[in-house]
Design a protein around this ligand. Structure first.
Ligand code: HH2
Length: 273
């Protein structure tokens, strides 16, 4: 029987980003008005998004936390409106259980927790109770301080061990193994070299046996490699998405859905059969 929590088609899946925030790093303020947010969600579903990821709090380097109530006020009306025209997966990007629960009650059915259940232990209980897919992401520090000289002895090994441990903790809290998605957290407490190592060695993460999500879209490492400003990083974002899919990523989290869909379609057609 099809499970309505997952997209209908096979992976790789495109997760379209909807930041209902005034200050996100690449589209801050564009969708803080619910009318614009709902239009953008509709556009992304028409362009081929498999999942919509809605956040009411920016996690860009240096960002301050947004009170849970404010997150709820931003995302709930938008989720309700999307549910009137779309029945695919809607993910709530939050680390707070109360915001996640309000979003699930409004019609969301995934949780995207960039703290991997460390920020609010109640999120694990909620995810277990609701049986929803949950993204566990690696981050060193917090958005406020994560980019101040991040250090690892072996970034790939440390990120994989951390995520394996968080997946075990999730399962110990009653979250089913087949609901867990892992994400190395590109740009979250990582230098250019750390991000590149994680992307180059992605099979070491997919080897753990969970679906892997990669969020590389428009991120700073593309600017560091190419000099492109944040609004001009689509080519680099597409290259990163294709490389991630080649390395086994099941989900790419992107701002530019139509372009990513086209790139993935051609890329899939060209793969040796
Ligand atoms: N990246 C961002 C936010 N949430 N969630 C997951 N699972 N993986 C990511 O890589 C990820 C994420 C940051 O990007 P964006 O949403 O565009 O910006 P902001 O946090 O400034 O709203």
């Amino acid at each position: 029987m099809p499970d309505s929590h997952w997209p209908a088609g096979p992976s790789p899946w495109i997760m379209g980003i909807l930041n209902v925030t005034p200050d996100s790093f690449s589209d801050g303020g564009q969708y803080i008005d619910p009318v614009h947010a709902i239009e953008q969600a509709r556009r992304m579903t028409e362009e081929g998004a498999d999942i919509i990821d809605i956040g009411g709090e920016s996690t860009r380097p240096g960002a301050h936390p947004v009170p849970t109530e404010a997150q709820i006020e931003r995302v709930v009306p938008v989720i309700r409106a999307i549910r009137r025209f779309w029945d695919g997966p809607i993910s709530i990007d939050t680390t707070r259980a109360q915001a996640a629960e309000a979003a699930l009650d409004a019609g969301a059915n995934w949780i995207n927790d960039i703290s991997a259940l460390r920020d609010d232990p109640a999120t694990a209980v909620l995810a277990a109770r609701r049986g929803c897919p949950i993204v566990l992401m690696h981050m060193l520090g917090t958005p406020r301080d994560m980019q101040s000289a991040p250090r690892y002895d072996d970034v790939v090994e440390e990120v994989c061990s951390f995520l394996a441990e968080r997946a075990r903790a999730a399962e110990a809290n009653g979250i089913a193994r087949d609901r867990i998605i892992l994400d190395p957290g590109i740009g979250f407490g990582k230098t250019l070299e750390h991000n590149l190592a994680l992307l180059r060695h992605l099979p070491r993460l997919t080897f753990l046996g969970y679906p892997v999500l990669i969020g590389a879209s428009r991120k700073s490492f593309i600017g560091h490699l190419t000099g492109a400003a944040v609004g001009n990083r689509l080519p680099g974002s597409l290259a990163a998405a294709l490389a991630a899919v080649d390395a086994g990523a099941a989900i790419v989290r992107v701002h530019d859905v139509a372009a990513t869909r086209q790139a993935l379609t051609v890329h899939a057609a060209l793969r040796p059969r």
